[in-house]
Design a binder for this molecule. Structure first.
Ligand code: HEC
Ligand code: HEC
Length: 391
């Protein structure tokens, strides 16, 4: 990896010598005429590191199924006490996360950052954004396998289909304690089969009289597959519009690569979808430490839509990007008492000091990865008659 600045001391010396404003990044070595079209993605080689746009075409999803899935996604009838919907924690106004450090499920009241817990603990983790989740696992060449798509901060599930039942069964997220894990799915299916509007909609979309787990999951997946934002300034720049990114954003993109952020934040979603130990601090007020996959490794999050998806990291440890940049600045060490510095990921240890020295170029580049045009519509009502999105 090319290092941008020597690891210790020199940054401060440079800044004193040059004055902060005069610090200039490496001259930009490319423009968007160097971009190569590869299938449906556009790729650019910067010093041997390939970065890629998202596919230009949105996935082809059956509209009837996704419309039905959207009603289910907003309907609290899927939760044990009929008080929490998927949308409670995955709200369009919060980039399909909830804006909270740790999500508040069963028993909570209110929306987004206004939501407060009731009798149950908040969920241990930060709600992941579902924007572009259809493409989880996508690589530089635009290739991905929906059946193997990694899910959750610790990659414990693969595919949206496997993921969908998890929140329904989770005591803290949606189930509550009045119904057992074994009984919750049959209970939800019996409720759905007793609502005439759902029976009609499922019959029309799937051609079957009875609603089973298969159709329920499929409809939820169909809706989530339509939450797409693939037209950010970065994507448009890659596809040929050289005015889509500012000069600072283009410089920031180069620094992002030179600094080694792309060792992990790679591919069109700027994630390798692998687990890494960064020794991040624990989330606030946990009963026991969150060990991630068991060894304190967490999945590289995508870096798209950050404008909408804070707070950041697996427990919402950082409320803004300046906090994240401070974390990456400074010689890398563990910020978690359960992780020793020798256990840290070597690509993390190899990062140079960057943020101040680059005068915010990295965050300028990250802002080019926001696309505000995603589905933010909220159903007026849901077939159960309950409040869409829960209490
Ligand atoms: C109480 C809040 C809450 C509710 C309700 C909820 N989620 Fe989530 N969701 C989360 C949190 C927190 C995570 C991260 C969990 C983890 O890593 O262990 C997550 C992760 C996910 C992911 C993984 C995304 C990725 O990139 O890996 C998907 C997909 C998802 N949720 C879909 C759903 C669906 C579908 C429903 C309804 C059936 C739902 N969620 C209900 C909070 C919630
Ligand atoms: C060794 C792999 C690795 C490298 C190198 C790396 N990151 Fe990360 N990044 C991660 C992981 C893993 C997380 C989540 C950690 C957690 O939740 O505990 C993360 C989180 C983030 C987040 C928060 C996103 C969110 O939605 O929570 C941002 C922003 C970010 N990184 C930017 C950068 C920048 C900028 C660089 C280069 C200076 C960089 N990263 C280098 C692996 C890496």
């Amino acid at each position: 990896m090319n290092t941008l600045l020597p690891k210790s001391g020199c940054l401060a010396v440079l800044l004193i010598a040059m004055g902060c404003e005069q610090f200039s990044p490496a001259p930009v070595e490319f423009d968007n005429s160097d971009v190569i079209e590869l299938g449906d993605v556009h790729t650019l080689d910067i010093r041997g590191t390939v970065i890629s746009s998202l596919p230009k075409a949105a996935p082809l999803i059956d509209e009837e199924k996704s419309a039905l899935g959207k009603l289910l996604f907003w309907d609290p009838v899927l939760s044990g006490n009929q008080d929490v919907a998927c949308a409670t924690c995955h709200l369009p106004s919060n980039g399909y996360g909830d804006g909270l450090t740790r999500s508040i499920g069963v028993g909570g009241v209110g929306r987004g950052t206004q939501r407060v817990p009731g009798d149950f603990e908040p969920v241990p983790r930060n709600a992941q954004s579902l924007i572009n989740v259809f493409w989880n696992g996508i690589n530089e060449a635009g290739l991905f396998d929906p059946q193997q798509a990694p899910m959750f901060w610790d990659n414990r599930a693969v595919s949206l289909h496997e993921q969908a039942l998890d929140p329904l069964k989770s005591e803290l997220e949606m189930r509550g304690s009045s119904i057992s894990e074994e009984d919750i799915i049959p209970e939800i299916l019996s409720r759905l089969n007793n609502i005439e509007e759902y029976r009609t909609l499922f019959l029309s979309a799937y051609g079957r009289e009875e609603i089973t787990e298969t159709e329920l999951v499929d409809a939820l997946v169909a809706f989530q597959s339509t939450i797409i934002a693939n037209n950010s300034p970065f994507d448009r720049w890659m596809r040929g519009d050289s005015s889509a990114m500012s000069d600072r954003q283009v410089s920031g993109m180069q620094e992002f690569v030179i600094a080694g952020c792309t060792d992990c934040h790679s591919g069109p979603l700027f994630s390798d979808f692998e687990l890494h130990v960064l020794g991040t601090p624990e989330a606030a007020n946990l009963i026991e430490p969150d060990t991630g996959n068991g060894s304190f490794a967490f999945r590289t999050p995508m870096l798209r839509q950050l404008e909408f998806t804070g707070p950041y990291f697996h427990g919402g440890q950082f409320s803004n990007l300046d906090g994240v940049m401070d974390f990456y600045d400074e010689p890398q060490r563990s910020s978690n008492p359960n992780v020793s510095t020798s256990e840290l990921d070597e690509d993390f240890l190899a990062l140079p000091e960057t943020d101040d020295g680059l005068g915010g170029l990295l965050t300028d580049f990250l802002s080019a990865l926001n696309d505000p045009e995603f589905d933010r519509t909220v159903p007026q009502s849901v077939p159960s008659g309950l409040m869409p999105g829960g209490r």
